[in-house]
Write a protein that binds this ligand. Structure first.
Ligand code: ADP
Ligand code: MG
Ligand code: MG
Length: 479
């Protein structure tokens, strides 16, 4: 049985909210508000209480992460297989997937000097029955590893100081509120890439963080940067638009920051995952310039593209998984496979033909996804038939059709911009992973689980983007 939420009087609740907001502003559980013009942050949208989450499902999501990291690394390093799929996918999405892929091919022509690649990954799930079911596997620019550690700490602080009860006692067993060490562990993942770069030399190098102009979620990123700095690793922030004028690649293909002359060990992308990040041709050139430098990319273009929705769809069958994880014990395979729901192509294969029927006849059970990242791109339920009809049938193959997962709803409260909303919420668990690997030989240098994130949103909204205003950061109370 999931634990009930604390029942508080209006006065107690406003005191609790004040404590939560003070803690958030004092500890960097913050973002910039929409259209910000000053440096003043606001508290990130968040839940007042931790949300119940079945312990076994939580532990199994953490336990399967290294297998998922390995699966995607093996996909990337089986380059002929991956590039064949990306070649045909490019036809359906020439403007973005196609551009990323042609930039990769241009890089291959020039020569990719750095065989070592790395990922900060995040595998997202919702609870379905007693199990976790995967929403998607993200291979680029995964966010909220910074704020996740903070919100879990905030909820624990409120619990430990008795703010959830009228008599000042702890409402939850502290052991049911796990910490998320995602800040430390994501920084440690970047430090692994940095160490791999510096193995053959002892110069002092920096991490280049590629950011979006006007990013509201900067503090999430900064927590990871400050943690890196505690390990003695400095980071420098730059937008894609600034790369060509503010960095240089020398004859040995080493990447340098012009202003300081510092050499770059790792390029950490917190931008470059959506079409809007490439405002003009020079931003595509910037990506090529970075890809053909000696710096370790987090992620490389191929690693980023391995996270395409189409790849996720292809990887839902046992035959495919076995091909990529030939040495995995049966229990490990079964655990991985148990996280999948049905995902269909919308092409001329038999499964594709079936999906074309389902999309029209049972649309209420599905979500239609294009090859995009970052939220706000999907088509849900009854909107699917009309959307498909508006396209030429040839274009349908650029989409995947995924069975909807229906997680339990909870009566938590969301605190956003000084307002508290009481509406049923549903939650999505993200598990972070980090890996450093050799893209040419397939050798895996490090493969780690790196903490977790819970995001919640009103049950009534289809998408869960926190920065976009649909969702909020949350933490778990295990039961
Ligand atoms: P993106 O890469 O844009 O984040 P996602 O695949 O994560 O795309 O979809 C965005 C959101 O849509 C998710 O955060 C989740 O709230 C919702 N969603 C996606 N797939 C499903 C699904 N199969 N069942 C229920 N909700 C889903
Ligand atoms: Mg995604
Ligand atoms: Mg997502």
């Amino acid at each position: 049985m999931s634990p009930p939420f604390p029942q508080l009087s209006p006065d107690q609740q406003s005191l609790l909210t004040e404590r939560l907001l003070h803690w958030s502003l004092a500890n960097g559980l913050t973002m910039y508000p929409p259209q910000f013009k000053t440096f003043s942050p606001v508290a990130a949208p968040m839940t007042l209480f931790p949300t119940p989450f079945p312990r076994e499902a939580f532990l199994s999501a953490l336990a399967v992460q290294e297998t998922f990291n390995q699966l995607y690394i093996n996909v990337v390093t089986n380059t002929p297989w991956l590039t064949t799929i990306l070649e045909s996918l490019s036809e359906f999405d020439p403007d973005f997937t196609g551009k990323l892929f042609s930039t990769y091919k241009a890089a291959v022509q020039i020569g990719i000097p750095q065989p070592v690649s790395m990922g900060l990954f995040r595998s997202d799930y919702m609870v379905h029955g007693a199990e976790i079911k995967q929403i998607e596997f993200n291979t680029v620019s995964v966010s909220f590893g910074g704020l996740s550690s903070k919100i879990a700490e905030a909820h624990s602080y409120l619990n430990n100081t008795g703010a959830y009860t009228a008599d000042g006692k702890k409402y939850y067993d502290p052991k049911a509120l796990p910490a998320s060490e995602s800040i430390e562990k994501l920084a440690s993942g970047l430090a692994d890439g940095h160490a791999a770069y510096n193995e053959s030399q002892d110069t002092s190098t920096v991490v280049l963080v590629v950011v979006q102009p006007g990013e509201r979620n900067v503090f999430d990123q900064r927590h990871i940067e400050y943690s890196l700095l505690k390990r003695g690793i400095k980071s420098v922030r730059m937008t894609l638009g600034e790369i060509t004028t503010k960095t240089t690649v020398d004859a040995a293909r080493k990447l340098y920051v012009n202003a300081s002359g510092e050499e770059v060990s790792v390029v950490y992308f917190r931008s470059g995952y959506a079409p809007a990040d490439y405002v003009n041709e020079s931003t595509w050139e910037a990506r090529l310039h970075l890809e053909t430098s000696l710096a370790v990319k987090c992620p490389s273009l191929l690693t980023q593209l391995s996270g395409s929705k189409k790849i996720q769809q292809i990887l839902t069958t046992r035959e495919q998984i076995v091909q990529f994880l030939p040495d995995a014990p049966e229990a490990q395979l079964a655990q991985l496979l148990s996280t999948f729901v049905d995902i269909y192509p919308l092409d001329d294969t038999p499964r594709g033909q079936l999906a074309k029927k389902l999309a029209f006849e049972q649309s209420e059970h599905f979500v239609l996804k294009p090859q995009r990242e970052g939220g706000g791109n999907n088509i849900y339920k009854e909107n699917i038939p009309g959307f498909l009809r508006s396209l030429d049938e040839k274009e349908w193959a650029g989409y995947i059709l995924m069975a909807l997962i229906s997680p339990p709803r909870y009566d938590n409260k969301i605190v956003r911009s000084d307002e508290t909303f009481s509406e049923p919420i549903i939650s999505e668990l993200g598990v972070f992973g980090t890996a450093v690997f050799n893209e040419q030989t397939g050798e895996i240098l490090t493969n780690k689980t790196a903490g977790w994130l819970l995001r919640s949103k009103f049950e009534s909204s289809n998408e869960g983007g926190v920065a976009a205003g649909f969702g909020c950061v949350d933490s778990v109370v295990l039961y």
